[in-house]
Design a protein around this ligand. Structure first.
Ligand code: ADP
Length: 518
């Protein structure tokens, strides 16, 4: 009797997370509308930021490039040798940013430190290159006169803070986040700041590109993907979610309005990569699902009304959605979730097996990796889920019925996230018309028939959620098949592959294409 009440309650909650085929299609339509809107004006819900990167690699690119990544606690320096056959070798070093530099008085203190790390890296890993450069410079007496261009490392600078970009290696800092606070940097071009300190050390390095990590993911995938068609979309499903895709330059009508001069835009390919910033898709909630758990999560977050898509899709939030759903059941006296079997009292609430200091009681304390554990659990009596609840979440001796209820709801939250992810992917595929090209859809009923290489639409993905949540890709595919204009035939042409290391090889590739466009 008790266990039936629990199962029924869990099914009721899981049903709140259903996102139907009709919902998916409405979502796709609205997503396409917001993509268009963002291409036309600044300040739209979806930012659709022009990146000034106008080509994706096809795997044949060669050369030695550098990349640096300033994104939070660490500064990463690497060099990447592109072999020209979709493979590369990467050498890297990593150093923690000293706390006092994160809040330094002047930008110079921080950027001089970064340049110093680049110098150390060069001396350690590319000493020949470095010595050659210094020697030549000494003979000619000037930095660039004696240096052939091929001796200068082109560097991609991944800078994961809000910037207003106005050229491929030009962008001013809007504000610091993640614990950084150097007043003097706001409004300055961060590439120029880094270049100045590199030059002060006479290093053979040119900051060739300012890189967003999502764009890096797209580039890394395009270089390493098996086909030669080029990747359409790079998408991240990790702590946050975002996507960058290849757009027709002519459709980026707001370019004129963002202060980009003609010299800043390379129009030779007729394309430009757009950083969608889709985490803020549908902030006004016209199509996104909005359960009581989504509502309270948002209301009690530090940025209510913002990043509404991200709050339903990404790793930072899914655990918290599940936690709120579980707490809702725990607090319901008619539902015997985690109730003490050894007690016969009727008041379930007072006889729970949850410790007072259980993470289930505190905001953000349920990690999204738990959704993966529960959803994947096929052990007898859901032993894995029960053990994790016991060891990590302060629930002593949960029953198999408890674990089943948790698994049902966790799976519903995860599946909804995947179906919402499909909305974004489908909208990009449809709005770029990629399924119409290059050959018109050669429909076939033969499900086993191989898709022609030139009919493939390639999508690169990265992030723990898509990598580790069980069947995330399969749930995305299921939803893609339900989308009008994609269907079974279209879905088979979509190739989804993991793209690793966007801020390393991806950034190097952006430095490479930037160099070619100049
Ligand atoms: P980032 O996006 O910060 O570069 P990740 O791609 O590793 O890093 O994403 C981290 C996020 O993924 C965190 O929110 C974490 O809760 C979640 N996560 C970590 N492991 C898993 C897992 N096994 N299944 C689902 N989500 C996970």
């Amino acid at each position: 009797q008790n266990s039936m009440a629990l199962a029924a309650a869990a099914e009721r909650v899981a049903a709140e997370f259903e996102y139907s085929a009709q919902d998916v299609n409405r979502g796709v339509q609205e997503f396409m509308r917001e993509m268009d809107e963002g291409l036309g004006k600044q300040g739209a819900t979806m930012s659709q930021i022009p990146t000034y990167v106008t080509a994706v690699p096809n795997g044949t690119e060669k050369g030695l490039y550098m990349a640096v990544d300033l994104g939070g606690t660490n500064f990463r320096v690497c060099s990447i040798q592109l072999h020209g056959n979709s493979t590369f070798s990467l050498t890297q070093s990593k150093v923690k940013i000293p706390q006092e530099l994160m809040v330094a008085k002047t930008s110079k203190e921080l950027f001089a430190f970064l340049a110093k790390q680049i110098e150390t890296f060069l001396k350690t890993h590319h000493n020949d290159h470095y010595v050659n450069h210094v020697e030549k410079r000494r003979r000619k007496g000037s930095l660039f006169e004696g240096t052939h261009d091929e001796e200068v490392f082109h560097l991609g600078f991944t800078f994961s803070f809000p910037v207003q970009q106005s050229g491929i290696n030009k962008g001013t800092l809007i504000r610091w986040t993640k614990g950084f606070d150097i007043k003097d940097t706001i409004g300055k071009d961060v590439c120029a700041l880094l270049q100045k300190e590199i030059d002060a050390l006479d290093l053979p390095v040119k900051v060739a590109a300012l890189v967003n990590d999502t764009v890096g993911t797209l580039m890394a995938r395009s270089y390493t993907s098996p086909g030669k068609t080029g990747t359409l979309l790079g998408a991240i499903f990790g702590t946050g979610t975002n996507g960058a895709y290849v757009e027709k330059l002519a459709r980026v009508t707001k370019l004129k309005k963002v202060g980009a001069g003609k010299q800043d835009v390379d129009d030779s390919t007729g394309e430009m990569i757009i950083n969608t910033e889709w985490g803020s898709f549908d902030n006004h909630l016209s199509v996104l699902p909005n359960t009581p758990y989504d509502k309270s999560l948002d209301a009690e977050s530090n940025n209510p009304g913002i990043q509404m898509f991200e709050k339903r899709v990404s790793g930072m939030f899914l655990g918290e959605i599940l936690r709120r759903a579980l707490v809702g059941l725990i607090k319901d006296p008619s539902v015997p979730l985690f109730s003490d079997e050894h007690s016969n009292q009727n008041d379930v609430h007072s006889t729970t097996n949850i410790h007072d200091n259980s993470p289930l009681w505190s905001q953000w304390a349920l990690d999204t990796s738990f959704l993966s554990i529960a959803s994947a659990d096929n052990t007898a009596g859901l032993k894995n889920t029960r053990q994790t609840l016991d060891s990590d979440y302060g629930v002593s001796a949960p029953s198999a019925e408890d674990a089943e209820a948790v698994r049902l709801i966790a799976s519903a939250v995860g599946k909804r996230a995947a179906r919402l992810s499909a909305v974004a992917i489908a909208a990009v595929i449809l709005s770029t018309g990629k399924l119409q090209h290059p050959t018109d859809i050669a429909t076939t009923n033969n499900a086993t028939l191989e898709v022609n290489e030139d009919e493939v639409v390639d999508v690169g993905v990265d992030g723990s959620l898509v990598e580790f949540y069980p069947n995330f890709e399969e749930f995305i595919r299921e939803a893609l098949r339900e989308v009008e204009g994609i269907g079974k035939e279209g879905e088979r042409r979509v190739r989804i592959g993991i793209a690793k290391d966007g801020s390393g090889v991806g950034a190097a590739l952006i430095a490479l294409v930037a160099d070619r466009a100049m």
